[in-house]
Write a protein of this length. Structure first.
Length: 255
């Protein structure tokens, strides 16, 4: 699949026309903003505009190099979160699980993802891809949004995806001329809850139960008992050496 791939087929979205999202109007770039470029980061932070667009329009903007995130007030920050109508998965291990060929056949992606696109750091030798799931309705609670994102990256795709992708204010870089693959699916909030959130909550509850059980069964010896036990062991060893040496009578009591 060559760079700059442009999909010309008719893009049909199943059950979704427009979605709520914020897209940066920062000039499209190849690659990422340098970490030490404070001026660029300051402009970039306030460059997002809340928009209602179609998923295929979003995919085209990504290919033009524009970044995207959740809708927010003023500037991008979790405290300014308004809503989001997508979740995303960064597959950046750099092995076959980061390729379009693998992802398009992965059952959950195949049934629920809207489209795939390569990220700015993608290469043929070290493939990196992002999976975008457009939701049938926007989520207006930042904690619920973070929970859903965490369920996707930390449970459903654990050990395969970037686990940092769950912050409500997280933005995703576009990639000028990137490869993209249209899948055309929509993830309903009902399916998201049933297939992602509920299993993740059960997993967390089970992990907590195991931790509580280990804590309850752990034998914690008070410090004074440990000192007494060590002292007794040391004393008995010392007495044995003394008896062997014949310095003191063998019936001497150590008190």
């Amino acid at each position: 699949m060559g760079r700059g791939l442009s999909i010309r087929v008719k893009m049909v979205m199943r059950g979704l026309s427009k979605m709520k999202i914020a897209v940066s109007n920062f000039p499209a770039k190849i690659g990422k903003i340098p970490p030490d470029d404070k001026l660029a980061w300051g402009r970039f932070k306030r460059s997002y505009k809340n928009r209602d667009i179609t998923p295929d329009e979003l995919m085209e903007l990504i290919q033009q190099g524009f970044s995207y995130t959740a809708q927010h007030r003023d500037f991008r920050h979790s405290d300014n979160f308004i809503c989001s109508q997508f979740i995303a998965l960064d597959m950046d291990i750099g092995d076959e699980t980061s390729t379009f060929e693998w992802l398009r056949e992965e059952p959950f992606v195949k049934q629920y993802a809207s489209f795939l696109h390569t990220t700015p750091s993608h290469t043929a030798e070290k493939p990196k891809a992002r999976v975008v799931f457009c939701l049938d309705r926007a989520i207006g609670d930042k904690d619920k949004y973070a929970l859903l994102s965490s369920a996707l990256v930390k449970h459903r795709f654990r050990n395969k995806a970037d686990k940092s992708v769950h912050d409500p204010a997280r933005f995703f870089y576009g990639a000028l001329g990137c490869e993209a693959l249209w899948l055309g699916n929509v993830l309903s909030l009902e399916d998201a809850a049933e297939l992602l959130v509920f299993p993740y909550q059960e997993h967390l509850a089970e992990q907590q139960r195991i931790a509580d059980e280990k804590s309850k069964n752990r034998l914690l010896t008070p410090a004074f008992d440990i000192s007494a036990g060590r002292l007794l062991s040391h004393s008995e060893a010392l007495l044995q050496r003394i008896r062997t040496a014949g310095v003191f009578p063998t019936n001497l009591a150590f008190g």
